[in-house]
Design a protein around this ligand. Structure first.
Ligand SMILES: Nc1ncnc2c1ncn2[C@@H]1O[C@H](COP(=O)(O)OP(=O)(O)OP(=O)(O)O)[C@@H](O)[C@H]1O
Length: 309
């Protein structure tokens, strides 16, 4: 469990984290989302005591990180590429960490197997690809068999097989009852693994919600209908809270505010033939863009794309 209370971090003039309040609970994967510069890494650094809050607090499993006598057994973290001695093998790197934290040697073998590093465990870490480095970082995070696991952009640099592996790993860790807190910019991945989402923008909490609720709030589902009688169907569906859009002369309409089932039933009651009735889900990506539009710090330019078009 991770609990942030009025968590704030200022660097000079910049307020990186601004009064954050959230709870990350065990047994599910919680995604940590926000545009670049939103304060995600700063928050994660404060969770594991690499940075001190300017005010407020954050605890892991009920205590501040530095109050834990065996912190690696409480929270395992993968933050941006760790500094690993390039001449040291993956095995020796993990063994050194285990030995300084009172973790038995057999746990090193377990995490090497868990992260699929068996064949390269004796290789020098300096020769590791980005993906192998990520796996080694995750192996180190899991070394203490922690109840809370926190990963910053874990799919960075991973190939499709690696992405799938991370997905199953995160879901599996949560199913074991652990608290899993993971940041990512890949909305499609988050939609697949996260149950809960904490979304920040400019250091402030924008949403603490489930994937379904976020998508619903962003306009929910629309239904695409094709019909022999668009004008008749418009009249039949007209009601407060229902919006029907479609081009004049087209047999296709897009309806919001009614389910496909309700539209089908109303059409049948009015004897109107339908050719298509499809629910179109708002993507998590669209919902996220909608929510964070005013909090994007770094705007890219689409000038080149526009010129090309
Ligand atoms: N050590 C530091 N000194 C000064 N400013 C910092 C420091 N660390 C972060 N910041 C600033 O704090 C803000 C939040 O940065 P942070 O890296 O936490 O965001 P983020 O959400 O992790 O971004 P990204 O998605 O790009 O990784 C930014 O404006 C950043 O420039």
């Amino acid at each position: 469990m991770i609990e942030a209370r009025q968590l704030t971090k200022r660097y000079g003039e910049t307020t990186a984290v601004d009064g954050l309040e959230f709870t990350v609970r065990p047994g599910s994967v919680t995604g940590f989302l926000g545009p670049n510069g939103a304060g995600k890494s700063t928050t994660m650094r404060m969770i594991i005591g690499l940075d001190a809050p300017t005010s407020g607090s954050v605890t892991v499993n009920g205590k501040r990180y530095r109050e834990h006598t065996a912190p690696l057994q409480e929270v395992g973290a993968l933050l941006e590429a760790k500094s690993i001695h390039p001449g040291r093998s993956a095995y020796n790197h993990l063994l050194a960490q285990a030995q300084t934290h009172g973790i038995p040697r057999r746990r090193v073998d377990e995490v090497i197997e868990l992260t699929g590093l068996q064949s390269v465990a004796k290789k020098r870490a300096g020769q590791f690809s980005l993906g192998m480095g990520q796996r080694l970082g995750i192996a180190a995070a899991l070394l203490g068999d922690p109840a809370t696991v926190m990963l910053d952009e874990p799919v960075n640099g991973l190939d499709p097989e690696g992405v799938l592996w991370i997905r199953n790993l995160l879901i599996g860790l949560a199913a074991e009852g652990r608290t899993v807190f993971v940041s990512s910019h890949l909305m499609s991945e988050m939609a697949l693994v996260a149950d809960r989402l904490i979304i920040v923008g400019r250091g402030r909490l924008l949403a603490d919600t489930s994937v379904e609720d976020l998508v619903r709030q962003a306009g929910g589902d629309a239904v695409r209908v094709a019909t022999a009688d668009p004008a008749g169907l418009r009249d039949a569906l007209a009601a407060p809270g229902v919006e029907v859009v479609g081009q004049a002369g087209s047999e296709e309409l897009e309806v919001t505010g009614l389910s496909a089932r309700a539209i089908g039933t109303t059409a049948a009651e009015h004897g109107i033939a339908l050719y298509e009735l499809t629910t179109i889900q708002v993507s998590l990506e669209a919902a996220f863009m909608d929510l964070t539009r005013d909090d994007v710090v770094y705007h890219g330019t689409t000038e080149l794309a526009e010129r090309a078009a």
